[in-house]
Design a protein around this ligand. Structure first.
Ligand code: AVJ
Length: 318
């Protein structure tokens, strides 16, 4: 039986922080909701489906990098580290790392408790001798690590270019907070998506099967489910836009006509063509990646990329 350590998140259907972010975000001139609210159980499932889409190259590219280079990570980091994974999701890439580095313990951290429990159980079966302690938490807030990792130097694992959801100042703050959470002698293995042609980027966020559209629209369903909203979901459409100046893909939910809805006693109106900005996915060049790590207190020790330089895996030390 796995027990989940609950830091600040909660598994009940109604999260006041979700309501507050939604009400505040929809009250802005450019309506916006933080991307972390995509990941209820359904959203986490849809994200897993995204990772298997032909257009969505990041996951399979990063997996290939891990398959090829995890042994090298193990040689540099040394054995018996406690691996702390930030935003573990289904932990799909984790076995590639754990199998190559002889870890002392594994601490997956995720905001979706039910999903965390399911994936930690599966991982426990694959690594029966490994101490595993899941933590249900929003990793953008300070996290108290379980005592089980006290005696071991830590290796942070932050795959998937999840860092790309944050704008530069917030990303740097998070990297700094991770250095603090992981403590002295820590290392960090982080995945970062590279800047590339919009011809590759846009389809990755607007796939032919409409899975990313369903993932984006699920946020509106979640608002209706959990906050008792009456958002007319069928009147919205998914948009993915490459913002070249800020080097990021933006996802929006666009009102296809003038519409109105209410959430928890608050009324909102949108004009046709107006959008709710739901996600930023920043992309990095080789220099900007290292510079951002450095600004967050991390020195890059090694960097691996695929032949097309679509995605990079960086190992850094605090
Ligand atoms: C989990 C934030 C890395 O930005 O590529 C995938 C999320 N959104 N498709 C990304 C996402 C739409 C993903 N991250």
């Amino acid at each position: 039986m796995l027990e989940i350590d609950r830091n600040d998140a909660r598994s009940t259907a109604f999260d006041p922080a979700f309501r507050d972010d939604v009400i505040a975000g929809l009250s802005l001139p450019q309506k916006a909701i933080p991307a972390r609210w995509f990941y209820d159980h359904r959203g986490s499932e849809l994200f897993e489906e995204i990772t298997r889409l032909p257009e969505y190259y990041p996951t399979r590219t990063e997996r290939a990098l891990l398959e090829r280079h995890a042994p090298e990570v193990g040689r540099i980091a040394g054995p018996h580290r406690a691996v702390v994974e930030f935003g573990s999701g289904s932990s799909a890439k984790t076995p590639l790392l754990l199998g190559a580095i002889d870890p002392a313990a594994y601490v997956p951290i995720d905001i979706s408790g039910e999903f965390l429990r399911e994936s930690a159980e599966a991982l426990g079966q694959a690594f029966p001798a490994l101490a595993i302690q899941p933590v249900e938490a929003d990793f953008t807030r300070p996290i108290r690590l379980p005592v089980l990792v006290d005696k071991h130097p830590r290796l942070g694992f932050f795959p998937g270019s999840t860092i790309g959801n944050l704008q530069a100042p917030a990303a740097v703050d998070l990297l700094r907070a991770m250095a603090g959470t992981l403590g002295a002698g820590a290392m960090l293995l982080i995945g970062m998506d590279r800047v590339k042609s919009p011809d590759v980027l846009v389809p990755a966020y607007d796939d032919a099967q409409g899975v990313t559209a369903a993932f984006n629209l699920n946020l509106l369903h979640r608002i209706n489910r959990e906050l008792g909203g009456d958002v007319p979901v069928s009147l919205f459409r998914h948009r993915a836009i490459w913002n070249d100046g800020d080097a990021r893909i933006e996802m929006h939910l666009e009102a296809t006509r003038d519409l109105a809805f209410a959430i928890d006693g608050h009324d909102f109106a949108m004009a046709a063509g107006e959008t709710i900005h739901t996600e930023n996915s920043h992309k990095y060049g080789p220099r900007s990646a290292r510079q951002m790590l450095a600004a967050g207190g991390w020195t890059t020790l090694a960097e691996w990329t695929d032949p097309q330089q679509n995605f990079a895996l960086l190992l850094a030390e605090a």
